[in-house]
Design a binder for this molecule. Structure first.
Ligand code: COA
Length: 104
């Protein structure tokens, strides 16, 4: 973020994610980890999908949830993945994300 500023933010985070994170490094870092974790659940890694297609939002209570778009959504459908759960945690220096995707 220090190096590329808004260009980096716009490439990796949706408008909603940027609004929630408000440039806070911990929030951005844990969402970065979360997007990687989603890409792993999809089995593509970050090569088959784009950052903006993997959106991590928060409900009113603060619980994060995932919204997939474009190729990521198509991939989940192809795999029969109907439900995604995500857990995020961060301290000042570390960010960890865990994603579980299930089928009906
Ligand atoms: C998989 C990915 C999401 C992360 O890989 P990474 O940076 O090497 O880092 P991690 O340590 O978090 O992940 C590596 C592990 O992911 C797992 N993995 C790799 N490819 C995977 C895939 N397609 N599906 C599921 N899991 C995968 C493997 O277990 C791997 O560990 P291993 O090599 O010991 O077996 C990779 O696709 C990627 O694109 N990474 C970073 C991209 C990036 O930083 N871009 C910057 C642009 S702003």
């Amino acid at each position: 973020m220090d190096r590329f500023g808004k260009r980096f933010l716009d490439r990796v985070y949706t408008e909603n994610e940027q609004r929630y994170s408000r440039n806070r490094a911990e929030e951005l870092a844990v969402r970065f980890a979360g997007k990687e974790a989603i890409s792993k659940a999809l089995g593509t890694g970050m090569r088959g999908v784009s950052w903006l297609e993997l959106e991590i939002l928060n409900n009113r209570r603060g619980k994060p949830f995932i919204r997939l778009h474009g190729a990521a959504r198509a991939r989940a459908k192809q795999l029969g993945l109907t439900s995604f759960e995500i857990s995020l945690t961060h301290s000042r220096d570390l960010a960890i994300a865990f994603v579980v995707a299930t089928t009906d």
